[in-house]
Design a protein around this ligand. Sequence first.
Ligand SMILES: [Ca+2]
Ligand SMILES: [Ca+2]
Ligand SMILES: [Ca+2]
Length: 260
Amino acid sequence: MRAFGAAAALSTAAIATPATATDFDFVFSGNSGVAGSSGAMDFAATSSGQRVDVRASAWSMKYSMSAGGYVISAANIGNYADGLGVTAPSENGGSGTHTIDNAGTNKYDFLLLQFSAPVKLTQIVTTAFRITTDLTSYYNSGDSDATVGYGTTTNAWNNTLNYDGKNWSVLSSALTRIAVYDSASGGTVSGGAASNMWMVSAMLNNPDGRIDSFKLGGLSATTVGGAVPEPATWLTMILGFGVVGAALRRRRGGRTIAAA
Ligand SMILES: [Ca+2]
Ligand SMILES: [Ca+2]
Ligand SMILES: [Ca+2]
């Protein structure tokens, strides 16, 4: 009997196969007004008879002297011809500011994506949208680097997260960071694990110094993901913020930030 049991166990193990990955390509639709609609938009994708919903919410964070760190504000989201864009409270939505961008001193726009099931992002499309057509301007970079993070939230996918007014550290502690460079990866998201919350931001720390400004033009995910997070930490990034801020100020002619 023991031998039979062992054989049965082996047989079961041989039959067992990993869960089949189901791939989802999300199609965006909705408001395309210049300043976007408030807060969040819902989208869905269906594949192999399964449906995954996602809520995309818009945010922006900016360095605050008084808070001694980056503070997150709710922002407007819009769906445009090139994809989803973010208009921060400090932006008017015109002149290309309705993009997911890191233009402006120590300011970063981002989307949070809440999924109805744990998914791993496999591909994002960051469609560059220039903030100005002036070829001599620092804001005409045509760059579209993004930083991606993932984590788990206990919030339901259709219950918008509440990070308005919160310190960046509150969100960053819930996320593991992976970096995506447009030129290096073509938007393929490498790393990460199946998770129900993802962040797509204009490149944090922006090491190449070229402003990133883009629409999220596409989003693909799979229900099966690798589970090996990269060792990158937000702490490294946060330390880098000050360095880049200083570099940007130098590039703009030595302006310094007035203490607010
Ligand atoms: Ca923006
Ligand atoms: Ca770049
Ligand atoms: Ca860049």
